[in-house]
Design a protein around this ligand. Structure first.
Ligand code: ADQ
Length: 453
């Protein structure tokens, strides 16, 4: 099987560093799983060339596959990425009704960038190629491609939640997006809930059909377990303060991640259990994200005010409950945090999956995972302490339980989590998806319903 993969984010970008052209590899679970797939299977990876020097490298052979970069102008980027993808679709698919922007002009840019992607993909498609499109930034690509290539096999993996049909229908362009997705041969989500929501949406807006049911599957992305569980010999030098337990989290700065509620949970914990003063640190690592979107700027200010308030209320000359860091960190630093933190506190208000929870389970020596029930990963990671991220008292109580949990229970829970993550790793994810592709074949496209779409 050969692939043309399409993602908004690039696997590699060319940046200008002190006047030199430097190739940067993009981090993140999706990029690394797909990089491995491309190394094995060859083909083309179509992506957005957003690096400063990417326009000089629009087609580039990397190892045994081609990276084909779509170049987007400044104005178009704003409409496509800032406004429609992240100002409209992102809040829509995470149930943030009040944040959904519906200006028409941004949709035009979104459509035109999706068209650029579709045209570029079409150029690279051969006879036996599977086209694999990823995520909400490229939702119109399948429909556009279907018109150009009626017989092609198109697969879409949707990495974020799919919301209830009634909520989705808020979007003026809802039908257009749904019709595009319905023209795929296969659509995968991370959980059964998202599959059910998608089918219910389809039934409400386009009618019920067996054909669409047969084209949708829940296959959660796995991580590279070996990478995260491998120990680095220099790790022991970087252990956290052994006198204090470490509660750890890492997230992009995003309103879906529930960051402020975590700070409030720390406040609640210390108010109800003052004996825990100086007994722990909450290391809160936050990665800059979407810094040109205004909601994110305001959210950062609010988060930092709350952290300052809680540290001011409980801290002293020798101790502050929250150690807040706003930056990117290297993979090795991240792995050290995973490995040596006693507790991972991963409580998004809603999340398609959440790879951090899985990475922590793989890397941890002896840790406890506190996980939101609204993270897609909680469907598999049942041995975590599962919390409601809207319930600050529940989260504080879970922290208390975790800080006092005996070794036997800790070990049993972690062993269960590790078993799941090991079994459903990134190779399992690819194998499962390829099995579904083979099961469906491309003959299905000749059905009358798919031609209507
Ligand atoms: P993503 O943001 O692609 O989201 P997520 O699951 O949130 O993925 O994981 C973030 C990834 O980035 C992890 O692999 C983590 O290790 C890495 N990372 C984060 N901060 C970092 C930092 N400061 N330094 C280095 N690495 C960092 C979308 C959906 C998710 C879904 C994924 C995958 O929103 O719900 O889990 O895709 O399908």
């Amino acid at each position: 099987m050969k692939y043309v993969v399409a993602t908004a984010r690039a696997p590699f970008s060319h940046e200008r560093v002190e006047g030199n052209d430097v190739v940067r590899q993009n981090v993140g679970g999706v990029a690394s799983s797909l990089r491995r797939l491309m190394l094995d299977r060859e083909g083309t990876w179509v992506c957005w060339g957003d690096g400063a020097l990417d326009s000089l490298h629009q087609e580039e052979k990397i190892d045994n596959y081609t990276v084909s970069r779509v170049i987007i102008g400044k104005h178009e980027k704003r409409g496509f990425y800032d406004d429609f993808s992240n100002g409209t679709l992102w809040p829509l698919f995470h149930y943030f009704r009040e944040k959904i922007k519906t200006e028409d002009f941004s949709f035009d840019s979104y459509l035109s960038v999706n068209r650029k992607f579709a045209e570029r993909i079409a150029k690279h498609v051969g006879n036996d190629t599977v086209i694999w499109v990823h995520d909400y930034q490229l939702s119109l690509v399948p429909g556009l491609l279907r018109r150009m290539l009626p017989e092609a096999f198109i697969l879409m993996t949707w990495h974020i939640p799919w919301v209830a049909g009634e909520f989705f229908s808020i979007l003026p362009q809802a039908k257009q997006i749904l019709q595009s997705l319905a023209s795929c041969n296969l659509i995968t989500f991370h959980t059964d809930i998202f599959v059910r929501n998608f089918l219910e949406t389809h039934e409400q807006m386009l009618g019920s059909s067996m054909a669409i049911k047969n084209r949708v599957a829940a296959i959660p992305l796995g991580i590279d377990n070996e990478y995260y569980s491998a120990q680095n010999p220099s790790d022991s030098r970087r252990r956290h303060n052994p006198q204090r337990k470490t509660i750890f989290s890492i997230d992009r700065l995003d309103y879906t991640k529930g960051l402020k509620n975590r700070v409030l949970a720390i406040e609640s914990l210390l108010s109800t259990h003052p004996e825990l003063r100086r007994k722990f640190n909450y290391v809160m690592l936050v990665t800059p994200s979407r810094t040109t979107v205004s909601d994110y700027v305001l959210m950062k200010r609010e988060l930092e005010m709350n952290i300052g308030r809680v540290n001011g209320k409980f801290g002293d000359l020798e101790w502050a409950p929250i150690i807040y860091m706003y930056r990117k960190v290297s993979d090795n630093v991240l792995k050290n945090h995973y490995r040596f933190s006693e507790i991972a506190f991963i409580t998004p208000l809603i999340d398609g999956l959440n790879l951090v929870a899985k990475e922590f389970a793989a890397a941890s020596d002896d840790g406890i995972l506190i996980l939101s029930k609204f993270a897609g990963a909680s469907a598999d990671l049942r041995s975590a302490i599962i919390v409601n991220p809207y319930d600050v008292t529940d989260m504080a109580e879970s922290l208390y339980i975790a800080l006092n949990m005996g070794q036997e229970e800790r070990k049993a829970r972690l062993a269960d989590l590790k078993a799941v993550v090991r079994r459903k790793n990134s190779s399992w994810w690819i194998a499962k998806i390829e099995k579904e592709i083979i099961k469906r074949g491309s003959g299905e496209l000749n059905s009358p319903e798919s031609k209507d779409n």
